[in-house]
Design a protein around this ligand. Sequence first.
Ligand code: NAD
Length: 379
Amino acid sequence: MAKYRIAWMPGDGVGNDVMEAARIVLDALKFDAEYIPADIGWEFWCKEGDPLPERTIKTLKETDCALFGAITSKPRDEANDELDPSLKGKGLSYFSPIVKLRQMFNLHTNMRPCKAYPGNPLNYRDDIDQVVFRENTEGSYGGVEFFPLPEEVYTALCLNPKMKPWKDKGLDNIALSTRIMSKQGCESICRQALDYAKNNGRKRVTLVEKPNVLRETGGLITRVFRELSKGYGDLWTDEANIDAICMWMFKNPQDYDVLVAENMFGDIISDLCAGLVGGLGFASAANIGDKYAVFEPTHGSAPKYDGKYVVNPMAMLLTAKLMFDWLGEDDLATRLEGAIADVIKEGKVATYDVRGVKAGQPGANTTLEVAEEVARKVK
Ligand SMILES: NC(=O)c1ccc[n+]([C@@H]2O[C@H](COP(=O)([O-])OP(=O)(O)OC[C@H]3O[C@@H](n4cnc5c(N)ncnc54)[C@H](O)[C@@H]3O)[C@@H](O)[C@H]2O)c1
């Protein structure tokens, strides 16, 4: 019997291409795992009205963790249009399966390393090495939204005098998205970031927020961060507003180290960080809970490149490295990262984004060629 059972979820579009690439490298590393295929994504929404079928949840519960490619998500009206005719008019509504997975398995921590590997021509600078800790289940992406606005919600909102500008707009004319943050959620993400910094020799942890405007939610996480920071001795902790840090990150990215933020701000800042070290082709991510984890590259399904094997598999391969870290397979993690770093440094085999050519045009290697080169370098 294999040592690990890994749920295998390619999902949509280029998720399939990069997962095929990952398999080449995992096999070269002789990772002792059984891969259990699990359905997720747009196809299952269209055919079954559920992008995360019950059988997938069952599979996940029977595995150690999951590797995931990407999914396609579309706005409500488009999602309804593409439903199988037999499912239309049944009150089904699309909800992102990855957001659902994060909530259902309480994958409270989204960890996104952004490291400039030497030799990558896309590096903004060569001395960038940041890790973003993004709260993964609450905040702006909590999914508590209303349109039209129910009467009871309207009545509750009117308890706040700042509701005045919308009082007479009419319930059918108001859309509401919420930003609900709990003290527990704030404590958990701040503690993860601080612990990570302490255990990995990092020097600085920066909370990214906007408490001068988002006074209640921003205020809560800021108070929690300040209180927890007191227990981390010499660690340099500070705070930055989300807008200001977008500017500072371009001016002095080398100054930042570990960053911690609520869901949406963490999403924004991690894409910015990814842009500094090569873009989505290099951006890996881990969704981590207390007992389970789902590993996925930051990028989406890039539908225009679906099945063309042109996208960069490095994001997916770096994601597999995060899986090894989480499983405690330190040797595999080191060997995989070493092979990735070697391929980047040599620069002989690279996809279109690294070469600076148009995808599918001559001058770039395919997704699988890059994976095969990494597999060859595995020691
Ligand atoms: N976690 C996820 O699965 C996830 C994340 C983001 C977007 N999405 C979904 O993916 C679909 C497409 O969204 P999008 O086009 O805005 O974002 P995307 O990340 O899929 O792609 C945007 C562009 O980035 C580039 N790119 C992405 N991955 C790359 C890679 N590995 N190598 C090189 N270049 C790469 C391509 O130019 C691509 O067209 C949407 O339906 C969206 O909802 C899913």
